[in-house]
Design a protein around this ligand. Structure first.
Ligand code: ADP
Length: 191
């Protein structure tokens, strides 16, 4: 089984590369951002609560995303593996993920971080906002708020995986195909 945490700041390209990786390796994509956005479109109570936080560029509570991941793991018992995208985003989420995996006798194979400089992230997200209509991609202050959440709460998650000797990184600026082959090279070294 190949269970990968794809890591990186907002706009690093996790969504784009996940789509290619799941196709290439036959894995299940678990994006907490996508799962939360489907709750919002379905108009659920959870979605309503999450929306105001997401629109403000603030992380939703740990137990909300941990519960969603738990459900998705249970719904895919036969999977060849999972790509976690946008999760874990805090140390408690990383610890909870280890427990969820352990209770199913599986484990994280590795974390791969997409490294992109802050200036590039902001311009990518503003461009994405024009076509996606995502409310959190619409203005520079909101994007800066998300990058701040990332730097304070999420960046430390890399050290958590470094401590387990599971951290790898790939430079995320340049040709999309080239970045994809770099990711595949790391993925193949983990399988
Ligand atoms: P991006 O990585 O571009 O910010 P996502 O779609 O991953 O986009 O996340 C959008 C928003 O959803 C985040 O700003 C946050 O409010 C919420 N969110 C997504 N995943 C998590 C998570 N694991 N923990 C807490 N909040 C999350």
């Amino acid at each position: 089984m190949l269970n990968i945490v794809l890591f990186g700041p907002p706009g690093a390209g996790k969504g784009t590369q996940s789509a290619r990786l799941i196709e290439h390796y036959g894995l299940v994509h678990l994006s907490t951002g996508d799962l939360l956005r489907s709750e919002i479109s379905a108009g659920t109570e959870l979605g309503m609560k999450a929306k105001s936080l997401m629109d403000a560029g603030i992380l939703v509570p740990d137990e909300v995303v941990i519960g969603m991941i738990d459900n998705k793991l249970s719904q895919n018992p036969e999977s060849k593996g999972f790509i976690f995208d946008g999760f874990p985003r805090t140390i408690p989420q990383a610890e909870a993920l280890d427990k969820l995996m352990e209770s199913r006798s599986i484990s994280i194979s590795g974390m791969i971080a997409l490294e992109v400089e802050e200036k590039e992230l902001i311009s990518r997200l503003l461009i994405r906002g024009q076509s996606s209509g995502r409310p959190d991609d619409q203005n520079e202050e909101l994007i800066a708020q998300r990058v701040k959440e990332y730097n304070t709460k999420t960046a430390p998650v890399a050290s958590y995986y470094k401590g387990q000797d599971k951290f790898h990184s790939v430079y995320g600026i340049g040709d999309i195909d080239q970045i994809f082959s770099e990711l595949c090279r790391v993925m193949d070294s983990l399988s």
